[in-house]
Design a protein around this ligand. Structure first.
Ligand SMILES: [Zn+2]
Length: 257
């Protein structure tokens, strides 16, 4: 869906102005994770500073091709309190013809080695599916997905995130850690959708995961939000009564013990 950015801004202003007063986000009403896909320069320059001004931390799913020009800046993100997750080396959207091991060698292992180096091997090994595709190799959709999930398990991943679906119940996360559901801001999700999604997470004590792409200046795309819209959405998150946690931290809470 093409996003009308003027409507997006108008809806956002109404919702943020009309949002209930912020209350202590103790997590009793659920949790929310702020995730950023593709390793874009605007994540370093716009998104991360906006998070830090609010004492928040994000989960950044990086693609090597996009971070290689500023790899020194990306290496500093863990020390800034942010989490780095994998989003493959080259962001392939057509993985049907690939076998699991060549796919792992080409798209996973070099990036995992870099992530281990900059964030430590004990880091949460989180992953987000490029293009939301899970059809690895031949067979039915279920067989393809099972093949992909088996590979993620072999690679030591603890979670994998899609970009669609309702907030995650804890039982779903424990049963399907490679099927984390999320809401992609800007594509089909207008401000009212984000607001309703966060409210549902709070009322049903679920885990909401928001997905951002381009933030601030840069090429126009369906998933882009301006810096001001991003800031307003962060304020909406803070007012939602949810605990804000990185993906790895929330996975640890839901799966430990
Ligand atoms: Zn992506």
């Amino acid at each position: 869906m093409r996003v009308n950015r003027r409507h997006f801004a108008a809806g956002l202003a109404t919702l943020v102005l009309g949002a209930p007063c912020a209350r202590a986000a103790d997590g009793e009403g659920g949790a929310v994770s702020l995730t950023y896909d593709d390793g874009l320069p605007s994540h370093l320059d716009v998104a991360a500073p906006a998070l830090e001004r609010r004492g928040l931390h994000g989960t950044f799913y990086v693609t090597w091709d996009n971070i290689v020009d500023r790899v020194r800046d990306w290496e500093k993100m863990p020390a800034r309190g942010h989490e780095l997750g994998a989003h493959t080396m080259h962001h392939p959207c057509n993985i049907g013809p690939l076998g699991p091991e060549p796919f792992a060698d080409k798209e996973f292992r070099p990036l995992e080695a870099w992530l281990d180096k900059v964030a430590g091997a004990a880091r949460p090994h989180d992953f987000a599916y490029p293009c939301d595709v899970t059809d690895l190799g031949p067979g039915s959709a279920n067989i393809e997905r099972a093949r992909y999930e088996a590979l993620l398990k072999r690679l030591g991943m603890i979670s994998a995130r899609n970009s669609e679906g309702p907030p995650n119940p804890a039982t779903w996360v424990r049963r399907h850690p490679y099927r984390l559901q999320a809401l992609a801001v800007g594509y089909d999700a207008q401000p009212l959708d984000v607001f309703n999604y966060l409210q549902r997470a709070r009322h049903e004590r679920r885990w909401a995961i928001l997905v951002f792409h381009q933030v601030g200046a840069g090429p126009e795309s369906d998933g882009a939000v301006t810096a001001a819209q991003h800031e307003a959405l962060l304020d909406m998150v803070l007012a939602a009564g949810l605990a804000v946690r990185t993906v790895g931290e929330q996975m640890r809470r839901l799966t430990s013990g």
